[in-house]
Write a protein that binds this ligand. Sequence first.
Ligand code: 6LW
Length: 522
Amino acid sequence: MQYRNPIISGYNPDPSICRVGEDYYIVNSSFEYFPGVPVYHSKNLVNWELEGYCLTDEEQLPLEESRPSGGIFAPTIRYHDGTFFMITTNVTSKGNFIVHTKDMKSGWSKPAWVDQGGIDPSLLFDGDKVYFVSTTSDEQGAGIFLCEVNPFTGEKLTESVCINRGCGGRYPEGPHLYKWFGKYYLMLAEGGTEYGHMETMQRADSPYGPYEPCPHNPILSHKEDMREEIYCTGHADIMEDHNGNWWLVCLAVRTCSDENRRVLLHNLGRETFLTPVVWTEAGWPVVGNHGLISTVMDGPLPGGEVQPVNRNFHDNFSDGKFKLQYNFLRNPEMKNYKLYPEEKMLCLEGTKVTLNETKSPTWIGIRQKGFYTETVVKVSAEDVQGMRAGLTAFYNDSYHYEIYLTREQEKYKVCLAKHIHDIFVVTASAEIPRGENITLRLETDKTYYTFSYSLDGENFQMLGTGLTVGLCTESTKTMTFTGTYIGLFAENGRGTFQEFNVKVLDCLLYTSPSPRDRSVSR
Ligand code: 6LW
């Protein structure tokens, strides 16, 4: 049956998957965003719904000092004996920890910290033993370290030992240890999460090794793929579905390239992709098309009919609770976020913390889940000198564009500001009768973020644009791992928002030619 990748679009990197009967769950890294570690659910591996988050309170997820792309790195989800376990690393707090639950809807446990360092932790349940692996280093360099743990308390039951140093790629990481066909299989990401990324497989008779490499390593890599459709494939997890077919999920990147230009720059973040896996007679996995995957693939999907993928988002703020897709920056002051379901309104109480600070401004966002989107929202700004309330395309505190309402002396204005590297500037503004019931619009494509406003909700004036490549991972001044959000914000006063609609048009591309990007030379 044919399906399309990515199966989970927008910034959803480092996927880990597990199966419970005929239900499938994927978790992803979440870095400085709250709540942490999204959990997606599917019955057919193609239609995924956001089910909730593993980390939903400050004790589980202290993010206060998190740098951009700090916080929560790669997670692993496993299911054993009626209990879900999620293992991850808070690089801004105390490192590796495990949370567990028998029922996700009732929330997850407090963190059980594990005294083994490094990142990318994973668990293997093997009889009465539970092995904890992570990637860290010793005096000989980087390696995969293993200890036995109590998965409920995090207690280390054996000393940490290095079991493997990878298959020759730099940065051996993202380890998953499996027990298949009577052997221990160790799958690693190597080469770094960028354009040299790849996945390798090894196996041994003991979890402690020695490990024999798969003869056709790397089992997955796009570093030589001349199709230039998908890049950076790696950081994978493998599982057998309820029909006995095997699948691999991995992170990968779609760049802002199009027929006009080739750029190795991506603004959506690393996304989650799916590919079938088959086994050789010798017991080695063959991933996709001999280590290559595509945006359109065929496979023996496990469950029912595949529904058309719809990634639109709509909120008229009438149901009195925050939709699951909303994220906040670091640990939010929830008293600054008020829903008025009767009035179908969201009120954001802006503090003096601005979008330009590595803190928790009054900001609420959803992942940008496609290249071609159209967002509209109605905004009213408190009549306060210098406050800002509006709509932002937000990568992090040094890379964001926003259209917003403000008052300067006695004039009400709608403005466009851009923050790129160390440049923060208002690039356009227009006087408006007053800062009430203004409709703001953001249109995105692979070339521009285009900002417009309307006084009547019908007729829009374009205020200005920002280059899409300005919000790309590769161009950030520090190494980052996230992707662009579409968000609402307020600073130094109250912003009132109604009718927040985000249309993701990419899915329409599947049946019609892509909307022409306006070339940069416009
Ligand atoms: C992830 C690790 C990595 O934990 O990036 O570059 C980290 N490698 O595998 C965040 O995605």
